[in-house]
Ligand binder design. Sequence first.
Ligand code: FES
Length: 282
Amino acid sequence: MSTGIVIAIVVIAAIIFGLIVVLTTSRSSEVRGAGALSRETRSRNSKANISDAAPSGRDVEAQAVVRSTAIVKAAPVEVAPWVAPDEEALGVSRRMFFNRATVTLLSVSVGSFGASLVGFLWKGADGGFGSKINAGKVDDVVQLIRQNKGFLYLSEARAWVTEYPKDAIGKGKAVYGGQAPVFSGMQAGIVALYQKCPHLGCRVPECKSSQWFECPCHGSQYNRVGEKKGGPAPRGMDRFGVSVANGVLTIDTGAVFAGPSIGVNTTGQEAEGPHCVGGGEH
Ligand code: FES
């Protein structure tokens, strides 16, 4: 092969190679690799005003420097002073309500009980039932008993006051001698009988026609000095101690003495007229 032919072949090859390089370069600038955006995407981005231009490494570094070194000073915040909450504004919880209600009710109950107790004790000290009661001069008391046909009721003492016959003192001592305060009153000619029936507690009235006490509840009957004569009562009428000092009669309602047993009849007094309750003995 001649030198001229070889040179011609090399020139042609160089031309072909040059063409290939030119064509390949122009194609790669158009496609831009696998990560390039399509034309449609670039069109939407342009409509949405989104740039497909990726930030350069310098931009990223610049931003990183800004983030790491920039000092942002916080705006000063004004701290409000602490104020204790208003309990009324907070309101009352259900538990607090029940606690307060319980304490209030308990206080009222204890206060009422205390007031009642003080009132009771005050009354006792002041001369009401449960204390020693001044009934007045004994002669006046006897006078009143006779004016009321054998019976005198003293509401303050809740008691009936009657005369005890002097000729029965001997028998009376045998029965009532053990109840000194009661017997001392009998020696002064007086008995003070508790108005409460020893059967079931009814108030026992006098019966002026029979001159007995006759209970309207179940018909128990007692003579004028409270000794049982009939009915379901378990004993005679209960009584109080009596004392006479300087002619003044005092009834001590602070203690109740049990009435005499069934069958006791120191005065021998029988019914002196029609009964007020039931038949009884006459
Ligand atoms: S309460 Fe007086 S007889 Fe029963």
